[in-house]
Design a protein around this ligand. Structure first.
Ligand code: FE
Ligand code: FE
Ligand code: ZN
Length: 283
């Protein structure tokens, strides 16, 4: 079964049940969400009954909770020495919440070195990962980044360095983001070449999620501006080829494309992907 979904909203009132319903309304077979506002630390308690109802609904609709993804809040920056302690603390709390929700994977932006240099930044991230993974049952998927500002994790080699140096590397993996990879300089028309490199250097089994986004910018632009599927420089056909690549069959694919007139484009984009046809024009 094609594992396709999008980013959905999780609000304090409906929690996982609201997120699940949103995903179903888009025709999705999986989904991703933040457990609260990504830019602050305000979190509400997880309601047991709502959680149980969401699990039931997922079961009824054939959504495998083992493929559902949480995205870590982006205020966490493990690469910055000054923010490391806060990051570790907050990430530990988030991982607990993810576990209570019954979810196995959390995507994390490795971090930005903010002028400290790549090596210092990468080693801070490793310190942070070792600390949070110690007593976690959730796997952290490191997202490949576009290289905007001082972002780290912009190449297969940097992701490899992080994974190789983390003690608990059975609880770590990779999240590929097509917009970020394009902006970082990887050619999305030759995805198999990238997969070969990952397989050789790290192992393809480490890939746990793929963010499917078109890009507003040219390859190697280091910008990170997502575009709707078929409207950017990567293009519809190339993204379809990635989504249906046999080597990525069991990996959840998540859309993080921009809203149009304050409305999510996901129902239409998911339908186009299922049809492999650029039928619904979302703008
Ligand atoms: Fe992300
Ligand atoms: Fe992403
Ligand atoms: Zn992005």
């Amino acid at each position: 079964m094609l594992l396709i979904g999008s980013h959905v909203n999780y609000n304090s009132k409906e929690q996982l049940l609201g997120a699940t319903r949103d995903a179903i309304s888009f025709g999705a077979t999986t989904f991703m969400f933040y457990t609260g506002a990504p830019q602050n630390t305000v979190r509400t308690n997880i309601d047991e009954e709502l959680t149980r109802k969401s699990w039931d609904l997922m079961k009824e609709k054939g959504i495998d909770i083992n493929k559902v993804i949480v995205h870590a809040p982006y205020i966490i920056n493990l690469a910055n020495t000054e923010k490391l302690e806060f990051g570790i603390d907050f990430l530990k709390k988030e991982l607990k919440r993810v576990e209570i929700l019954g979810i196995k994977y959390m995507v994390l932006h490795p971090g930005s070195h903010v002028g400290l240099g790549r090596e210092v930044g990468l080693n801070n991230i490793i310190k942070g990962l070792n600390e949070v993974l110690k007593d976690s049952n959730v796997t952290i998927l490191l997202e490949t980044m576009a290289g905007k500002g001082t972002e780290l994790g912009t190449s297969v080699d940097e992701i490899k360095y992080l994974i190789d140096n983390t003690i608990y590397n059975d609880k770590i993996g990779i999240c590929l983001d097509t917009c970020h990879l394009n902006d970082a300089g990887y050619n999305m028309n030759d995805f198999d070449k990238l997969l070969d490199e990952i397989d050789e250097k790290i192992g393809l089994k480490y890939v746990g999620c793929i963010h499917i986004n078109d890009s507003k910018n040219e390859i190697n632009s280091h910008k990170d501006r997502h575009e709707n599927i078929g409207y950017g420089t990567i293009g519809f056909k190339t993204l379809i080829d990635i989504i249906y690549n046999k080597r990525l069959e069991n990996i959840p694919k998540i859309l993080e494309t921009p809203y149009i007139d304050k409305k999510p484009p996901y129902k239409e984009e998911i339908e186009n992907i299922k049809l492999k046809e650029f039928k619904n024009k979302v703008k």
